[in-house]
Write a new protein. Structure first.
Length: 387
C-alpha cells in the first residue's frame, strides 16, 4: 500500500476544532429526541423544537417561556405546496394563534402523514427571505432541523427581550441548550475541514481482494465517511474515483427503486479492473435528507410524485448533498487529480470548487428496470445527469 494510505490512524487535524461544532452536534441530538434548544444571534434568541414531534405540552411550555405565541416555520418550498406563498425561496413563519393544535402542526409539516381536513383559517403568515438579517434565526432553525435529518419544519418562540442580558444562566435554569446562529451556518464546512482519520483495515472484497477501508470522522462525533482504497495508487497519475452517497435500501437490501446498488458494486469492479482507485462512501443518505425522510419521499412517489417533486413536497431542495467532505478526504489521501466515475456534472464542479482537479469524467450508468425507469428518467430530464 502506498505511503499516503499508511499514515498513522487517528492523526489530529491541522485545523483547530471550531468552538461551536460540538454545540451544534448536541443541539442536533436534542432536537432528535424532542427537546427544545435556543438559537442565538443578531441580538435575538429563538426557542426551537422540531415540528414533526411537537406535542400539546411542548406548545404550552413554549408559550409560557416566551410569554407570546409560538410560530411554525416551514421552508418556502413546503409552504408553497400548502398554498401559503407563491415564492419558493427562503422560509415562511405561520403564527400558531387561533387554536392551531399540535396535531395540525405535525400534519402541515409532513405531507407523507395524515393531512388536515381543513387548513386553519386566518393564518398570520410572514415570508422570510434568504440572506437577510431579520429572520436569520428562523433560517438557522430550519438549517438545524435539516442537519438533524428531520423534516425542515420547526416550532419557534422568541426568548423575551429581558432574558437576553443573562441568556446563558436563564437557559441553564430551564435546561435549554444554547447554540449560536453562526455555528449552525458554519457547521457543514467546519465538519468537512476537521475530518480526522480514525480507523483503517484491510477488507478483501469479492470483486476486489486488495482493498483497504479507511474511516474519517469529525471531532464532534458526527457521522463517519469511508474511503475504500482498491489496489496500489500510482503516485503521479490521476486516480479513478467514485463518490457514492450511502443508500441503505439500494446498497444493502438490493432495492429496485434506484440504481445505487448497481452503481456501488459496479464502481468496485470498475476500479479493480483499472488496477487501482478510491470509492468514497459518504454518509449522505437520500441525497442528504436521511433515511427516514427518504422513506417519506418514497410514500409520496407512490402517490405519483417524481423523486424531485417528492423532496420538495417535504420541504427540501431537490439535492441537499455537499461535497466538501469528499474533497477533504481526497486531500488527506494526497490525491489532487482524479478521473471521476459519475454521470452527475454537479459532482465534477463541486470537486473542482474544492481544489481537486477532475481530468476526466468517466460515465457510470446501468440499465433501468420497471421499478427504476421513472427515477432514472427524472435524474436525466430534471437532475441534469448525463445518462
Amino acid at each position: 500500500m502506498s505511503e499516503n494510505i499508511s499514515a498513522p490512524q487517528g492523526a489530529p487535524s491541522a485545523t483547530p476544532l471550531p468552538i461551536g461544532l460540538q454545540a451544534v452536534e448536541r443541539a442536533i441530538a436534542d432536537l432528535r429526541r424532542g427537546a427544545t434548544v435556543v438559537v442565538a444571534g443578531n441580538g435575538h434568541a429563538l426557542m426551537v423544537q422540531a415540528a414533526e414531534g411537537v406535542t400539546h405540552d411542548a406548545l404550552a411550555r413554549l408559550t409560557a417561556l416566551s410569554k407570546g405565541t409560538p410560530s411554525l416555520l416551514l421552508t418556502a418550498r413546503r409552504a408553497a405546496i400548502l398554498g401559503l406563498t407563491s415564492d419558493p425561496q427562503g422560509a415562511v413563519r405561520v403564527s400558531l394563534s387561533g387554536g392551531v393544535t399540535a396535531d395540525t402542526v405535525r400534519m402541515m409539516a409532513d405531507p407523507a402523514g395524515p393531512q388536515p381536513q381543513h387548513q386553519p383559517a386566518a393564518l398570520s403568515i410572514a415570508l422570510i427571505e434568504r440572506e437577510t438579517e431579520p429572520g436569520a434565526g428562523e433560517l438557522g432553525a430550519i438549517e438545524l432541523a435539516k442537519l438533524a435529518r428531520l423534516l425542515p419544519a420547526t416550532v419557534v418562540a422568541a426568548v423575551p427581550a429581558e432574558r437576553l442580558g443573562y441568556l446563558p444562566s436563564w437557559a441553564d435554569t430551564e435546561s435549554l441548550l444554547v447554540v449560536e446562529l453562526d455555528s449552525i451556518h458554519q457547521y457543514r464546512d467546519a465538519e468537512a475541514r476537521t475530518l480526522q482519520r480514525v480507523g483503517a483495515a484491510t477488507v478483501p472484497l469479492s470483486d476486489a481482494e486488495n482493498t483497504n477501508v479507511i474511516a474519517f470522522r469529525p471531532p464532534d462525533g458526527g457521522r463517519e465517511h469511508l474511503a475504500i482504497v482498491i489496489g496500489e495508487l500510482a503516485p503521479d497519475a490521476p486516480v479513478l474515483v467514485r463518490i457514492h452517497s450511502e443508500c441503505f435500501t439500494g446498497d444493502l437490501l438490493g432495492s429496485l427503486r434506484c440504481d445505487c446498488g448497481d452503481q456501488l458494486r459496479g464502481a468496485v469492479a470498475e476500479i479493480n479492473k483499472a488496477g487501482s482507485g478510491v470509492l468514497l462512501y459518504m454518509a449522505q443518505e437520500g441525497r442528504g435528507i436521511g433515511l427516514v425522510n427518504k422513506l417519506r419521499a418514497y410514500e409520496l412517489q407512490d402517490q405519483g410524485f417524481d423523486t424531485i417533486d417528492a423532496n420538495e413536497q417535504l420541504g427540501f431542495d431537490p439535492d441537499e448533498r455537499i461535497y466538501q467532505p469528499a474533497a477533504e478526504i481526497l486531500r488527506q489521501l494526497s490525491i489532487t487529480r482524479v478521473r471521476l466515475l459519475t454521470n452527475n456534472p454537479r459532482k465534477v464542479a463541486a470537486l473542482a470548487d474544492g481544489g481537486i482537479e477532475v481530468v476526466e469524467r468517466v460515465p457510470h450508468a446501468f440499465p433501468a428496470n420497471r421499478h427504476s425507469e421513472r427515477y432514472l428518467a427524472t435524474k436525466q430530464s430534471r437532475g441534469g445527469h448525463l445518462l
